[in-house]
Design a protein around this ligand. Structure first.
Ligand SMILES: CC(C)(COP(=O)(O)OP(=O)(O)OC[C@H]1O[C@@H](n2cnc3c(N)ncnc32)[C@H](O)[C@@H]1OP(=O)(O)O)[C@@H](O)C(=O)NCCC(=O)NCCS
Length: 170
């Protein structure tokens, strides 16, 4: 079945929530202590879109099989040309190219918005995400030992980044 990547609407919030919560509860992809609720996901979608940033969903037929977005890297004016991404794929659809399609679409959108750099903050043991980002030209630029914790152990954070092909000037 072919994959379609499109902008999310608030109608997608429940599907996005289910994919996000699986990762929140079972993995170290996101360093939360528990699941999010529907209203917080709806607010997140609205806030991103009102800021002019995309929230994308990957569709197989009528099923949302992944989502991705980016937002400001840090909330200071000097970082205005840099964004930080997030990509989540339904576990039942891993390793089928969904993550790569979503990340490629984010790169395209960020370039069109005249962003200069895209950053990814990834738990160091998350080989899937590190390899996904590397496969689209991200390089490791930093590694912060034990800055996080979850499931009773310390987590290291790897920063990867990609310089985008926009022509924005500093
Ligand atoms: C990381 C994630 C988004 C990858 O999505 P995906 O749709 O499974 O990835 P793709 O099928 O598009 O894979 C693209 C490339 O990523 C790498 N990759 C993906 N999964 C991998 C794995 N389990 N092990 C090693 N490399 C992997 C490979 O280089 C792959 O290319 P290949 O299949 O041609 O070898 C997915 O594993 C996921 O949602 N994980 C949980 C949430 C998460 O960690 N999000 C990122 C937070 S920083």
């Amino acid at each position: 079945m072919s994959l379609i990547v499109r902008d999310a609407t608030l109608e997608d919030a429940a599907d996005i929530l289910a994919i996000y919560n699986f990762a929140a509860i079972n993995t170290t992809a996101v360093w939360t202590d528990g699941p999010a609720d529907l209203s917080s996901r709806r607010e997140w979608i609205s806030a991103r879109q009102e800021a002019g940033y995309p929230v994308l969903v990957a569709m197989k037929g009528k099923d949302v099989v992944g989502f991705a977005s980016f937002g400001d890297f840090r909330p200071f004016p000097g970082y205005r040309h840099t964004v930080e991404n997030s990509v989540y794929v339904d576990e039942r659809h891993h390793r089928l190219g969904v993550g790569r399609s979503l990340l490629a679409a984010l790169i395209e959108r960020a370039t069109a918005l005249d962003k200069h750099v895209m950053v990814a903050g990834i738990e160091a043991a998350n080989a899937a995400s590190i390899n996904l980002h590397a496969s689209l030209g991200f390089v490791e630029v930093g590694r912060m030992p034990e800055v996080g914790s979850k499931f009773g152990r310390w987590l290291d954070l790897v920063f990867m980044q990609k310089r985008l092909a926009s022509s924005v000037r500093p």
